[in-house]
Ligand binder design. Structure first.
Ligand code: NAP
Length: 527
């Protein structure tokens, strides 16, 4: 497939912009052809207008039609074959094996949403039948269900060029909900974005979806993204990326005359707490596993465990020497972009220069854009005094913090801001004697993990990939798993409507055979 560097205004290919840029190969440190044309404000406007026009038709397509469309997208992505993985690897420096897995996850989540639509109950249909004779006032017939929000703007992240990008979880869940979408392509992998956009457009055309259901705009400056966020016809934003980017977009959306929901999934330091019993039993295994988790994917995961808290109960030296050994042996690898590499190096140097912090161990120094693994250490008092130490360092590093006792550990937990995950290494006895810590952490994160590591997010119905601010801008939702669909729908109530005018989900005969809440009881029955 040829990559042309165009924008997609629905199916129309457009290159009106004079600002151009090229993709960059971080391993070879060279630019890649072709030139990409940044979308103009007229192109942004045209794409969003098309999304609005397509919404009327697309949002009314049945769940079965939308399911077939999502499955077709998955097929078209697979049909791109190795060429997609090859281009993606050139643009990101990520190895082909990792990208093969990520492609599997991407098509897997499209198919998972298709299955959700076929089952149908996600619409949360609720029916209260009328009681005309109720005293003192009659009760009307009241029925509600979730309906799509409207055209949605979507931003992907550099570190998941497939699974959190053009056809990633935000796209899959928004299209599943019945929203039309305008994607802002990521300038760190624009060619990958174009290939996936073509796959989606081909699936859209083959599935008979209206033109404008999907558009994609290229851009290296913030102008394109901001034009999408502030456009009056956009009704929600799905964002995955840095805190700086997500917060800027959230603030811009809230300054609009009509504010809209922004589901920004941002960075996180994912604290790990090692409790005394687990430290006694498993310190060597924890150290090894931790180093593996911190350095996986050159540490470029939002679930990277960037903070480790433990107590000194006489066994700390063994843990720290195992940790040092593991980090010294951990390989360096190419980071996603020169900017991410430079930011990582600066953040490690600046953290190491903070009061009470020092470098415990690091991997071998290398040339080019390779991220070198680092483990830093400090004591709880220095940590508590310095808020900067809680911030995410995007790359293969972690900060090991030693507390004097249980009270200090609890104090640290109670002062944490929001994160995506928290991990507890704990025996059964540890858990029983640290219930307050567990309850405190539950208020801070979206996912609590026991005796494992936070990297590796299972895509399933029960997953929560979210958390309180600043991990996200809306802690009520998840961006991974089927519950992600809730972000792009709102409840609509129909009062005293004739049956034939109701959506199928709410009709008396339950033609879709879905689970509904009828007068307070779950049922698949008819009325
Ligand atoms: P990024 O620099 O924030 O970029 C994400 C997207 O937002 C890009 O398209 C970028 O376009 C756009 N953008 C950024 N700032 C903007 C602004 N002020 N106005 C308009 N658009 C803006 O993030 P990244 O480097 O790609 O991703 C790495 C970060 O993502 C890490 O912090 C990582 O933890 C986080 N992440 C989080 C999750 C999660 O689920 N929570 C998953 C993966 C990654 P331009 O470059 O054109 O501005």
């Amino acid at each position: 497939m040829q990559i042309t560097g165009c924008n997609f205004i629905g199916a129309e290919e457009s290159k009106r912009g004079e600002r151009t840029f090229k993709a960059f190969d971080p391993a070879a440190e060279t630019e890649l052809a072709p030139q990409f044309h940044e979308a103009t404000s007229q192109e942004v406007d045209a794409a969003i207008l098309k999304a609005e026009q397509a919404f009327a038709s697309y949002s009314r397509r049945s769940g079965l039609e939308r399911a077939a469309f999502l499955e077709k997208i998955a097929d078209e992505i697979m049909a791109l074959g190795d060429a997609l993985l090859q281009r993606c690897s050139e643009e990101t420096g990520l190895p082909l094996a990792r990208l093969t897995g990520e492609r599997g996850r991407t098509v897997g989540q499209l198919r998972m949403f298709a299955q959700l639509l076929r089952e149908g109950s996600w619409v949360d249909a609720r029916i209260e039948t009328a009681m005309p004779d109720r005293q003192p006032l009659p009760k009307p017939d009241v029925r509600s269900m979730r309906r799509a929000l409207g055209p949605v703007g979507i931003f992907g992240a550099s570190n998941f060029p497939l699974a959190f990008s053009v056809a990633g979880g935000d796209t899959a869940s928004a299209l599943a909900a019945g929203c039309t979408i305008v994607v802002k392509a990521h300038p760190a992998h624009p060619g990958t974005c174009e290939m996936v956009a073509r796959a989606i457009l081909s699936a859209s055309q083959k599935s008979g979806m209206p033109d404008g259901t999907f558009s994609m705009l290229q851009g290296k400056s913030n102008d394109v993204g901001m034009a999408i966020v502030t456009h009056p016809l956009i009704k929600a934003i799905g964002f995955t990326g840095s805190f700086t980017g997500g917060k800027a977009i959230f603030d811009a959306a809230n300054r609009r005359p009509e504010p809209i929901p922004v589901y920004a999934e941002m960075g996180s330091s994912n604290p790990v707490f090692i409790l005394p019993g687990a430290m006694k039993k498993h310190s060597a295994a924890i150290a090894k596993g931790l180093a593996g988790s911190v350095t996986l994917g050159v540490g470029q995961f939002c679930t990277n465990p960037g903070l480790v808290f433990q107590m000194d109960a006489g066994d700390l030296t063994a843990f720290q020497s195992a940790l040092s050994e593991a980090f010294q042996k951990a390989p360096s690898a190419t980071m996603l972009t020169p900017q991410i590499h430079a930011a990582f190096q600066d953040a490690v140097a600046s953290t190491a220069a903070q009061k009470g912090v020092n470098i415990l161990a690091s991997g071998a120094q290398t040339a080019g854009l390779q991220g070198v693994p680092h483990v830093l250490q400090t004591d709880a008092a220095s940590y508590i005094e310095n808020q900067q130490l809680e911030d995410e360092i995007f790359g293969p590093s972690t900060l090991s913090v030693t507390a004097k006792n249980k009270a200090e550990l609890l104090d640290i937990a109670s002062k944490l801001h929001g994160h995506l995950t928290a991990t507890l290494w704990a025996t059964d006895e540890d858990l029983e004697s640290h219930t307050e810590l567990i309850h405190t952490l539950e208020r801070k994160v979206g996912r609590l993990i026991r005796n494992g590591f936070p990297t590796g997010v299972e895509v399933c119905h029960a997953m929560v990939h979210g958390g309180p601010f600043p991990a996200t801008t809306d802690s009520r939702t998840t961006s991974v798993g089927t519950a992600a669909i809730d972000r792009f729908a709102r409840p609509v109530c129909f009062q005293n409507f004739p049956d034939k005018l109701l959506p199928d989900e709410l009709k008396n005969t339950n033609p879709l055979g879905i689970w509904r809440l009828i007068n307070g009881e779950m049922s698949k029955g008819l009325l």
